[in-house]
Design a protein around this ligand. Structure first.
Ligand SMILES: CCCCC/C=C\C/C=C\C/C=C\C/C=C\CCCC(=O)SCCNC(=O)CCNC(=O)[C@H](O)C(C)(C)COP(=O)(O)OP(=O)(O)OC[C@H]1O[C@@H](n2cnc3c(N)ncnc32)[C@H](O)[C@@H]1OP(=O)(O)O
Length: 215
């Protein structure tokens, strides 16, 4: 199999097959050369501390979403978090197996929560998932996510999912690019009735406290 078979037709007619390939195929979730190591915020919760839900309506961690994932996330060492959730009936794709998009949602949530340790509000720009093994309903999925680099507003995260305990069978892994945003991102773009509800009762949105942002 040639490079052309693996990667499709050359993106550019003048692409030189003899040129170094590493830079050419570096994807958007790969930290660039100038990326720096992420810094855990001095006031980040201690390793082992439960982070709790950031918003009661969140599909990933919200307590008010019966069909949600109900992820329970804890701070880990460095710039990392761990989490777990039980695969429910409502999470099926094929009979008795989790829907792949929901496993990606779990990765999105757990990598999003890494922002709590950096204390930078950030949203997902790109999310990639490798599905390695089927995940049955009724099982506990153990997740781990960590930051591998920062370049300006861009944060590069990795995550993995395991069955049979935190060190068990690796069933999926993910990579993501998160982009740091200001509070205005949420206030401007969210449906106004939901935004207003949070601004009137900030207790409903724990991130407002976790990120020291005042509406
Ligand atoms: C009402 C009160 C609310 C209070 C909220 C307070 C705090 C909340 C904080 C955090 C939330 C906490 C936890 C949430 C936990 C879990 C949820 C999971 C996370 C999500 O589920 S979140 C939803 C899905 N997410 C989106 O809804 C994003 C939609 N999107 C956009 O809103 C824009 O797209 C944005 C902001 C991403 C960028 O827009 P922008 O204008 O700010 O910046 P720009 O475009 O210049 O990008 C800057 C640099 O990122 C590169 N870049 C961007 N996107 C890229 C891509 N896809 N691939 C490769 N590179 C990319 C550019 O290439 C450039 O790179 P360079 O600087 O090198 O040129």
């Amino acid at each position: 199999m040639t490079d052309q078979d693996r990667h499709g037709a050359s993106a550019h007619p003048h692409d030189d097959a003899s040129a170094p390939r590493a830079e050419v195929f570096r994807g958007p979730t790969e930290p660039p050369e100038h990326a720096v190591a992420p810094e855990r915020h001095p006031q980040a919760p201690e390793p082992g501390a439960w982070l709790g839900t950031h918003y009661d309506q969140c599909f990933g961690c919200g307590e008010q979403r019966p069909e949600g994932l109900h992820l329970r996330v804890a701070a880990g060492p460095g710039v990392s978090v761990t989490a777990e959730f039980k695969v429910a009936e409502a999470h099926q794709g094929a009979p008795g197996l989790i829907h792949g998009g929901l496993l990606s949602a779990a990765f999105d949530e757990v990598m999003g929560t890494v922002s709590w340790l950096l204390r930078v509000p950030a949203v997902t720009g790109r999310l990639e998932t490798d599905f390695l093994k089927p995940v049955p309903v009724g099982r506990i999925v153990h997740l781990r996510a960590w930051c591998v680099g920062q370049a300006g507003r861009k944060f590069y995260h990795r995550a993995e999912a395991r069955l049979d305990g935190p060190e068990g069978l690796l069933v999926a892994k993910a990579a993501a690019l998160f982009v740091g945003v200001k509070l205005e991102h949420f206030v401007t773009h969210g449906r106004q009735e939901d935004v207003q509800a949070v601004l009137e009762d900030p207790q409903r949105y724990r991130s407002l406290r976790a990120f020291d942002v005042n509406p």
